[in-house]
Design a protein around this ligand. Structure first.
Ligand code: ZN
Length: 105
């Protein structure tokens, strides 16, 4: 006989865990409550927060260094093994961060 906290497979993300409410596991029910209990159910889990963001941060730093040397988008895209579209995203993020730094200064 299982205890009060039944092991279930979450209704929103199919991960196993202890049941909390609405057929969701504790982690999902907590996200749902933190999000203000939306009708749509729990927001998706934030995955791979650390490594993925570190890679992005590293690439943006590399982008900034190459852009400072006056390299073209095509060259930077080739150098960083990303698409030119991604390079433009880095450019936008970089300019955005520069603007924010100026605003803070
Ligand atoms: Zn879930």
């Amino acid at each position: 006989m299982p205890g009060r906290h039944k092991q279930i497979v979450c209704a929103c993300c199919n991960r196993p865990g202890r049941h909390d409410t609405n057929g969701w596991i504790k982690a999902c029910a907590r996200r749902w409550r933190n999000a203000g209990r939306p009708d749509t159910g729990p927001p998706p889990p934030r995955r791979h927060r650390g490594p993925a963001n570190r890679t992005t941060t590293k690439r943006r730093t590399e982008y900034a260094a190459l852009a400072a040397l006056g390299r073209s988008e095509a060259y930077i895209a080739w150098k960083l093994s990303v698409s030119e579209r991604t390079v433009r995203r880095y450019a936008a993020a970089f300019q955005n961060s520069q603007t924010q730094q100026k605003a803070a200064a």
